[in-house]
Design a protein around this ligand. Structure first.
Ligand code: NDP
Ligand code: 2IT
Length: 448
């Protein structure tokens, strides 16, 4: 798709010229800039204040060495990142990803998306993201601890409960947050809510573990209900088998759906009777094993090596693994097999061509920024609880999460109507998320 607005075309060309190799970042920027064209036309004050020129450039990027000693006494070196993208509406907020594919492009795309996602939650959080190319697979608890401590030794200089509040993402869950929190406290001698996703014994929030997956299903349910449908008796396929995928599967099942397939980076399982989540949780949360082991506990299920989870027929598909995991061919296969709703638990899991195909073919489509915002929203609720030094019950947090997901659906839908493409939630979410940040930047002047 080409830009109709020449000012936006020029801005995109400058971003591309500045970082021609950052393909994930460019992909994320292009989608947002295409969506906000009508806002830029309607609100000339945004262009005058250079809002878009500024919003595509991070306020600060920190890149650092992380050295640590493995179990054999050998020194290992990784690269750490924290991109503090935008603080117009609150302290930088966003997860940390530990995966060998992490580079500046990946962290910048995630940080950029986080700005608009956080804005959509209605909570006061700016956008940021970080991580490292460290590969947690096969590492001992001691190695994970030493890596996390070394990572935090540098990161601690740049974060704080009113400055930047990291959390989990791929490869970072409760164990890693615990090690990082311990190191931050040791270095700074202060007990503050500097990270979210903490354990329940030291300031974590109930429901944060479940929040992204639950929120995804609350959002999807809202989208389905607005179109006269529901999860009841529907076949659901979910990619991934990590934090987001597991709790999406749990909530989809509670809402009456039947989850028949899940995946990891090596392959996927198909269980026509409905996936047994106790087995998945034991494999993934306790044993940290491969998904292929599922068939040892459930012999009637099938395991297939490689990609291909989208070839399983379903009504509702929830991509919950990683970026660009659902391409145009996958989208065609899903539609051909009767899939009518897709909601993104992962960040940018569908390629631009896949998104285009699904929207053109009438698939109800919940884009990541809106659909997976329940995780960071509940992180925001964890920050609130830390600030007032109180903990809310699971019911209270869950109720707030539901309310936030309903509001996000309504904001994205209403913006899609206001700007002339009713039901296109990609455009609606980008516009609603952008407008609030743009107004805050406008009010705060141009000095950064
Ligand atoms: P986890 O590390 O818990 O799980 C990741 C899952 O995705 C694993 O099953 C993993 O398989 C699979 N996966 C990771 N990378 C790849 C890859 N390159 N190709 C195929 N499969 C892959 O991470 P989360 O569940 O926390 O995150 C999943 C997605 O959700 C990410 O896009 C993340 O940014 C997004 N997200 C997470 C939130 C959170 O609160 N945690 C909030 C909002 C979005 P394997 O184990 O084999 O690597
Ligand atoms: O992509 C995301 O929104 C997250 N990984 C969660 C971020 C957070 O701060 O809870």
């Amino acid at each position: 798709m080409a830009f109709k607005n020449s000012a936006l075309a020029d801005i995109y060309a400058r971003v591309e010229k500045r970082d021609p190799d950052q393909k994930e970042f460019l992909q994320a920027v292009r989608e947002v800039l295409e969506s906000i064209e009508p806002v830029i036309e309607k609100r000339p004050e945004f262009a005058k204040a250079g809002i878009v020129d500024r919003i595509v450039e991070p306020e600060r990027m920190i890149v650092f060495r992380v050295s640590w000693v493995d179990d054999n006494g050998k020194v290992q070196v990784n690269r750490g990142f924290r991109v503090q993208f935008n603080s117009a509406i609150g302290p930088y907020k966003g997860g940390l990803r530990l995966h060998p594919s992490v580079n500046l492009s990946v962290i910048k795309f995630l940080g950029f998306e986080q700005i608009f996602k956080n804005s959509l939650t209605g909570l006061p959080m700016g956008g940021g993201k970080g991580g490292s190319d460290f590969d947690p697979k096969g590492k001992s608890d001691g190695e994970i601890m030493r890596f996390c401590q070394s990572f935090m030794t540098e990161l601690s200089k740049h974060i704080g409960s009113c400055t930047d509040v990291p959390a989990g993402d791929i490869g970072v869950g409760g164990r890693e947050i615990g090690f990082m929190f311990g190191q931050y406290k040791r270095l700074r001698n202060e007990f503050t809510g500097v990270l979210t996703g903490k354990g329940l014994t030291y300031g974590g929030s109930l429901i944060r573990t479940e929040a992204t997956g639950y929120g995804l299903c609350y959002f999807t349910d809202e989208m389905l209900r607005a179109n006269g449908k529901s999860f009841k008796d529907q076949t659901v396929v979910i990619s991934g088998s990590g934090n987001v995928a597991i709790y999406a599967a749990q909530k989809a099942t509670q809402l009456g759906g039947k989850v028949v397939a899940m995946s990891d980076s090596a392959g996927y399982i198909y269980d026509k009777n409905g996936i047994n989540l106790d087995v998945i949780k034991d494999l993934k949360e306790v044993k940290r094993a491969r998904l292929s082991e599922y068939v040892k506990s459930v012999p009637s299920a099938e395991y297939h090596e490689g990609k291909g989870v989208w070839s399983i027929p379903c009504h509702i598909a929830l991509p919950c693994a990683t970026q660009n995991e659902l391409d145009e061919n996958d989208a065609k296969m899903l539609v051909k097999n009767g899939c009518y709703a897709v909601a993104e638990g992962a960040n940018m899991p569908s390629t631009p061509e896949a998104c285009e195909y699904m929207i053109q073919n009438g698939v109800l489509f919940g884009p990541a920024k809106a659909a997976n915002a329940g995780g960071v929203a509940t992180s925001g609720l964890e920050m609130s609880q830390n600030s007032i030094r109180l903990s809310w019950t699971a019911e209270e947090v869950d109720e707030k999460l539901k309310g936030i997901m309903t509001n996000i659906y309504n904001s994205a839908y209403n913006a899609s109507v206001e700007y002339g493409c009713p039901g296109n939630l990609i455009v609606g979410a980008n516009i609603a998320g952008f407008t609030k940040v743009a107004e805050a930047m406008l009010a705060q002047g141009v000095a950064y």
